[in-house]
Design a protein around this ligand. Structure first.
Ligand code: GRF
Length: 224
């Protein structure tokens, strides 16, 4: 374990259920973390209310108050840096981030995405999975790079697609897995097992394929 809890900042644009799952894991003693900031591009984001109720400092910045997207991103990420965060979690942050804003966060920022990356980057992942007739769907946590949903994948949760699944039923079932996957991944970072040395490493070994979320809630290598 590291000497002090991992300091986490999170960015979210919406309801914040993944943020809730992280806070719940911290409260359950499963995640040695301190939340230093929750920021949003949407003043009405549920995530801000969840953070405030948990006593976490919040930040709401309106992109329309900035001359360009880049100015917004640079200011937002300056504020995240100023929070003293060790790790930035994008938990439903629905914006493409400027490359110069994200560059200093290489290896220190992760995102949760509702698909088995590299499949279905971007939006409407559940619909695209159904339209493709996939037997399996899933969620991924990956390190963030300037490429949308394109950074190295750390861990994935998989679910079977049922014949009567709709976009909504699939999204709902997958969300429950996201709520286990994200805290488990952050816990692996907080404990120092998962590190970044220009690529993801687990227990000092290069991580060659995503970890799998087992039914037990543990993250496992596929071949063990
Ligand atoms: C999740 O499905 C996440 O994977 C995606 O956006 C959604 C956010 O949900 N990036 P919530 O705000 O955490 O409830």
């Amino acid at each position: 374990m590291s000497a002090r809890p991992l300091r986490i900042a999170a960015l979210a644009s919406g309801r914040g259920s993944n943020l809730s799952a992280l806070i719940a894991a911290r409260d359950a003693g499963e995640l040695a973390a301190e939340f230093v900031l929750v920021g949003s591009d949407k003043a009405a984001a549920g995530a801000l209310d969840i953070a405030a109720a948990a006593g976490i400092p919040t930040l709401s910045l309106n992109p329309r108050d900035f001359p360009t997207r880049r100015d917004f991103d640079l200011e937002l990420f300056r504020r995240v840096e100023a929070s003293g965060a060790d790790l930035l979690v994008l938990a439903g942050f629905m914006r493409i981030v400027d490359a110069d804003a994200i560059a200093p966060w290489a290896g220190r920022a992760i995102n949760v995405h509702p698909s088995l990356l590299p499949k279905y980057r971007g939006l409407h992942t559940h619909r695209r999975c159904l339209e493709a007739g996939d037997a399996e769907h899933g969620a991924s946590v990956h390190f963030v790079t300037a490429e949308l949903d394109g950074g190295p994948v750390i861990a994935q949760a998989r679910i079977a697609v049922q014949p009567d699944d709709t976009e909504e039923s699939l999204a709902q079932r997958l969300l429950r897995e996201e709520h286990r996957l994200l805290p488990a991944t952050v816990a692996a970072i907080a404990s120092g097992r998962l590190t970044w040395r220009d690529a993801p490493f687990l227990d000092g070994e290069a991580l060659r394929e995503p970890l799998i979320l087992a039914t037990s809630g543990q993250l496992q290598l596929r071949h063990v």
